[in-house]
Design a protein around this ligand. Structure first.
Ligand code: COA
Length: 258
């Protein structure tokens, strides 16, 4: 019951997190964001969990945004706090998380819902999904990292077009612009996400963590710093036992067992 608005389920080495406010299209209120944060903190300490799959409960929505009813009376001071706290606890937290997080987008991913998906390492969507940023129609802009994460993933032109027009795009279009990696039938979404999780789990968890950290720098720092960061994480892998394991498996024509 602790994570009522967030259901957690475990299947082998995969943790499934289900956003569970279907009556509100899984709108992200503060309480749900806090629950995502505590669930992830618990997962970070659990060595048996290797990949997280984040999805929404219900037929309609992954998440239809931040909960508008919570911020309708806000002024800039509270809005600043909302944005900063949300990033710290969830959006940046996921992006920098030590284990890969896959967003399985099962319906509307709007506003904060799309920002949540963009914070994840990999996105997969079912063919009923619709994605967009309605914020400018509400008189504001995305505040949980959407402006720069969408620009990084799909390019500034697409980010401006989607944010300025509030146009919702289909999963097919999301696939075409590289916003998602796979498009599935509705009932095959979690199977596909599980298949991707299984592919990731064939590889070294230490190397995966290092790759996520290095990739997160790309485009956000000078070329020189990105290069240095990559060399740092690359070289650190060589002191990790998983490097010996991987290389010795290759040399002995076996599959490594990470
Ligand atoms: N915040 C709070 N409540 C939300 C919500 C949000 N972001 N998105 C949906 N809901 C609630 C609705 O208020 C409604 O609750 P109610 O039944 O108590 O009135 C319920 O979820 C269902 O939404 P409804 O609008 O009746 O469904 P619909 O099928 O007509 O439309 C959407 C679905 C997603 C298109 C529409 O709900 C919507 O535009 N939501 C807001 C999206 C948005 O602007 N997000 C960015 C926020 S910054």
């Amino acid at each position: 019951m602790e994570h009522e608005e967030l259901l957690t389920k475990r299947k082998g080495k995969i943790a499934f997190l289900y956003l569970n406010r279907p009556e509100k299209f899984n709108a992200l209120n503060i309480s749900l964001l806090n629950k995502i944060n505590s669930a992830l903190k618990a997962i970070s300490k659990d060595d048996k969990i290797r990949v997280i799959i984040l999805t929404g409960i219900g037929e309609k929505a992954f998440a239809a945004g931040a909960d508008i009813s919570e911020f309708s009376e806000f002024k800039s001071k509270e809005a600043m706090e909302l944005s900063k706290k949300g990033k710290e606890k969830v959006f940046d937290f996921i992006e920098e998380f030590s284990k890969p997080v896959i967003a399985a987008i099962n319906g509307y991913a709007l506003g904060g819902g799309l920002e949540l998906a963009l914070s994840c390492d990999i996105r997969i969507a079912s063919n009923n999904a619709l994605m967009g940023f309605p914020e400018t129609s509400l008189g504001t802009i995305p505040g949980y990292g959407g402006t720069y994460r969408l620009a990084e993933i799909a390019g500034k032109g697409i980010a401006k077009e989607m944010i300025l027009t509030c146009r919702k795009i289909s999963a097919k279009e999301a696939l075409e612009i590289g916003l998602i990696s796979y498009l599935t039938e509705k009932n095959e979404l979690l199977d596909k996400a599980t298949e991707v999780a299984n592919q990731i789990m064939m590889n070294s968890p230490n190397a995966i963590n290092s790759a996520i950290k290095a990739i997160n720098y790309s485009g956000r720092d000078s070329k020189k710093n990105c290069s240095e960061i990559e060399s740092k994480y690359f070289s650190k892998c060589f002191d990790h036992p998983e490097f010996k394991k991987g290389v010795s498996a290759f040399l002995n024509k076996r599959k490594p067992n990470f």
